[in-house]
Every structure is written in structure tokens, then in C-alpha cells.
Write a protein that binds this ligand. Sequence first.
Ligand SMILES: [Zn+2]
Length: 471
Amino acid sequence: MTALDRVITGGEVLLPDGLHRVDLGIADGRVAGLYSPGSAPGATDRVDATGKTVLPGIVDIHFHVRAPAYPERGTVLSETRAAAAGGVTTLFEMPISKPCCSTPGEFARRRDHFRDNAVIDFALYAAPGDLTEASRDRMLDLGAIAFKIFTTPAPANRADEFDGLAFPDEADQLRALTLLAGTGRPVVVHAESAGLLAHFEAQAKALDPGDAATHGLSRPAICEAVAVAKLLAMNITAQAKLHIAHVTSAETVQVLRGFAGTSDFTAETCPQYLFATEQDVRRAGVYAKVNPPIRHQADQDALWQAIADGVINYVTTDHAPFSRAEKQAAEGDFPAAPPGVPGIEFILPAMLDAVAQGRLNLKRAHDLICANGAKRYGLYPFKGALMPGSAADVTLVDLASETVLSSDMLHTHAREVAHLFAGRSLRGRVCQTILKGRTVFLDGDVTGPQGAGEFVTPPPEHDAQIAVAAG
Ligand SMILES: [Zn+2]
């Protein structure tokens, strides 16, 4: 038997079939075994989890740091430290960077940059770039976890960040879906209709730029619903492994319901849509501007219902830090403000709070931010589960204690613009984060070293065999 390096003892552990009072043995960065309490063979290092709940580390499939570009907004080091503090052990970085991560060369450069700096594990999305098979295959060889496209045009003055990523032309969207259908990797789409956006943005020019409602009216829910409906219709033919990013509205939920069973598609939403409404945007101003916009109570209710019904099975952060100067310069001017909020330290306490409120059970809440993503992207059960052979990525939480969101307690470089959820008191607290057996966050302090994180790709065969071995 392998000697254990570490044992997590005394806690309740979330296994694929629910909570169990077991001890978790770790060897060589992996889960070596599950033992009845107190019966694990001797290990030099014991983590006392008494009173805590032991979860598989969170897998966030939608994250932006944009590095190595824009270090003033946050770096791989600062934002993966924040992720560790949020109980996240694996993040999937989106391809927006300067230049866009739409060429093999840029992909390799970003991969190396993340390897040198990340405190937790990471995967990288590729943008499909020139839509050729050659470029697609090179991205797969380099280890792209999946592909991302936008149905919207590049924002003003950001053409290079969206080159090979933004495909407002429907023929290009269909080409992308068809090109990527055979890869076995998901195609994630930011879906808002370019034509309708242009129309509503033009109309919104007559409105007060400082009013939070103006942003919502410039990108109403119909823009999202129409784009999603078109993509789902195209995918009846293309049959790509389609994933709709950040669903915000009741209309889009209705579209998702209508297309059920017509192709292999999934959809996510984010805490900013589940835990905030336009009222919160009024209070926080441009610091709460995101695209698509945060909407109304009826939309929030529809999203929770979609989660209850299994229409939406993923909750992601869409973490997107901006500098204080950038948000400050656009105060009172929603159209000019950069879109994005830093949410990586909010997602887990927020979902735990939803459990405490009785909205959903712990397993479902956790699956939405962990196992479901790991499964959809081919990483499960190496990531997203605690079973023999899985990565020893573990988050210890205290369900009974509170997290009070404030800029002081946040680790993100964007803590000064994190106004959307500031002051919220949530039931549930992240106590410790363990990456492949090593503690990277403990009681408020990030301890994981720069470069501890590894690049993650859909696993080679020996990892796929864990599922078989673990039954
Ligand atoms: Zn995003």
C-alpha cells in the first residue's frame, strides 16, 4: 500500500453520492483512499476538518484575467490567488487578451505565462481564429480545453482583442459550429444578436447615460434570446457540443426549454444574475456593469427555476477584473464603462448561502460549480470528484459561519471595484483550499506559491481509467 502524505480527518466529505463521514487519504497529489473515521493508515500530516465540510475543489469554467495583457487589471498571480481564496482549484481562462488568443502562437505564449504564474490549475480556451482546420488542429494539439466565440462584433477600439473570436455574421457562426463539431470539445458562445444590439444601442443614445436602466435597455433580453435561438437552430444541423455562456433572462430560459433534445447543448448562468437585480446595479453604478446586463426579479426567478428543472446546469463566475481608474473614469456613464465584475471569491460562499436559504441542496449547488463543468469538458473524475485516483483538490468550508464581503477581505487585484456584492453577509465560509494535496489557502491567507498551478487538458487515457478503477 502507498504511504499517505496527508490525511483530512474528522469532516463530512462530499462524495459523488452525497455527504459521508470519512477520512480522506492523499498520496502523490491524488486521493489515495477513503477510510472510516480514524482508520486511515499513518500519515505525517493530518488536517483536522472537525466541524467542516470537505468538498472537491471548485472548477470555474468561465474566467477572465486576460494576461499577459493588462496587468493593471490583475495578473495571473493576483487572480489565481483570489481563486484559491474562493475555494477554486481549477479555472478555465477565456481567450480575450491583447492580442486575442486565436492563434497557436498566442495560445502557447499564454500557456507558458500561466504556467509560470498560476497558484491553482488552469485550462485555456482558444478562439477559432481563421476558422481553418489547420489552426483548429494546432489548438487541439496545444491542449485547448474548448473553443469560445462571440456573436457580437468587437467593441469599439478592441478589434485586436476579439480578432478570430467575434463572429457577428451568422454564416461565420455556422462555419465555426460545423468546424468544431467533430473535435469533441465544447464550443462556448457569448450570445447576443449583433443586429438587435445595434438597434437598441442606437435607441439608448437618447437616454440618460448615468441611469442603470439605460444599460439594460441598450441590450435587452430579446438580443440574447434571439441569438440563442438562432444558435440552437443552427446546431440542429451542425451538432457541435454547444455551451451557452451566462444566460440572464426568462426569455432565453424559454428558448432553451423549447429546443430541449434537438442537439447536445448546455447552458450556464452566473452569480451576478442569480444574486443581483437591476436594483443592485442602481446602487453600485458602473461597477456593476456586465454584458449581458443584470436584469429583473422575474428573470432571476426564471433562472432559479431553470436550475431547479435542470435546464441550466452550470454556474460560472465570468470573473472579469478592471482597474479602479478604468471604472472610475466612466462613473455616471454606463455606455462608456468597461463591462465586468470580479466574482471569483463570491461564487462558493454565495452558493453555500443559497443552500442555507433552502433554495437547493448542497450536492446540487456544488455540482453546478464543480462536477458538472468537469464532466462537460472531459476532466471528470480527475477533477470535480473526490474518489481514489482523483486529484487531491479539496476545499474545506464551514457551513455555519459567515462570509461578509468587503474589499478588505478580497484577494483579487480588482477588490477596489468589487462594489456589486460589497457588504453582503453570506452563510458559509471558505476555510482552506488544497491543490493536489498542498494547502494553497488557509484561514484568510493565500499560501500557494507562484507557479504551483498546472496546465489542464482533457486527460490522457491513464486518467480516463480512474473512472473505471473507481467504479
Ligand atoms: Zn466572459
